[in-house]
Design a protein around this ligand. Structure first.
Ligand code: SF4
Length: 294
């Protein structure tokens, strides 16, 4: 993302969603600190409260963390969310996460620092703080069932994206008919979180890879929602959930369900969407890279 895109996104939010707070996330926003700083300054000009999410991978030295958090705090950044999960621990030693928490607390204050998830610290401490912890080692140490519970229940893993494929063996998978009647109206139309991505897609919070249209035309999207004239796959998901999408793909494009079943409704949805992306041009299946890589 560049500064012009950030400006346009924040202006759209200011003009059309005046009560919004902006959560700056990535990727990893601290990989481009100048852009992050500029984003916070622009948001402040528009009067939009901000917080940033970081994986703390860049927190290699106390002075570096102090400097970065201090300039952002002075520029108007309101809060920091620090990720602490077995997934982040795969590449980031816990010592960096703890350093980020320590410095953020000192600069932003305890009410403005959030750790996701705080219990992740205890879960990871048994592996030591100096080295990353491969997920296989985490699962092996805790055992399949307890690890499945920690990841799927306690962490609240959604089955979309890669989760259903890579970690579906840690939960009981269900056949496609078990998803009859599951609706996505709430997630798509009433999501408390909307993603403004760098390609201008407006994406409902839990539905990666499903675009409602360009956030530059958010007022038109909101008009289409009220008249029910949504993109075809979005409309199916709102009206009939992922089972409805399955029926559409089966009847129109010969999709066949996975014989091993699905880890959850979003796993079914993503598997069908990946298939449909290969069959025809559905503009709501964006960004394209979401479908290009496993
Ligand atoms: S099933 Fe699909 S549309 Fe429904 S919440 Fe999951 S990803 Fe979003």
């Amino acid at each position: 993302m560049d500064v012009d895109t950030v400006y346009a996104a924040l202006q759209t939010i200011h003009d059309h969603i005046p009560t919004a707070q902006v959560h700056l996330t990535g990727g990893e926003p601290f990989l481009n600190l100048p852009l992050l700083l500029e984003s916070v300054k622009i948001a402040r000009q528009f009067g939009i409260p901000t917080r940033v999410e970081t994986n703390a991978g860049w927190c290699t030295h106390p002075g570096k963390v102090d400097d970065a958090f201090s300039i952002l705090h002075e520029a108007g950044l309101g809060a920091v969310l620090i990720s602490c999960t077995p997934f982040h621990a795969e590449t980031i030693p816990l010592t960096r996460t703890l350093l980020a928490i320590d410095k953020a607390l000192a600069i932003f204050g305890p009410h403005n620092v959030f750790v996701f998830l705080p219990e992740g610290i205890d879960q990871l401490l048994r592996f030591g703080t100096r080295s990353p912890v491969p997920l296989e080692r985490f699962i092996e140490t805790y055992g399949m069932d307890p690890a499945g519970f920690l990841l799927w229940e306690e962490f609240g893993l959604l089955s979309g994206g890669r989760a259903g494929y890579r970690l579906g063996h840690l939960v009981q998978r269900k056949p496609v008919d078990d998803f009859i009647g599951e609706s996505c109206t709430r997630e798509i139309l009433f999501s408390p979180c909307l993603l403004f991505d760098l390609y201008e897609n407006l994406i409902p919070g839990p539905c990666a890879g499903l675009s409602l249209g360009s956030w530059k035309h958010v007022h038109e999207i909101s008009g289409r929602i009220s008249t029910g004239s949504l993109p075809v796959l979005v409309k199916i998901l709102v009206d009939a959930g992922p089972y409805g999408l399955f029926c559409f793909a089966r009847d129109q494009y010969h999709y066949r369900p996975l014989p091993q079943g699905y880890a959850g409704k979003c796993h079914l949805c993503v598997d069908v969407r990946k298939y449909l992306k290969m069959q025809a041009d559905f503009p709501e299946l964006e960004p394209v890279d979401y479908y290009r890589y496993d």
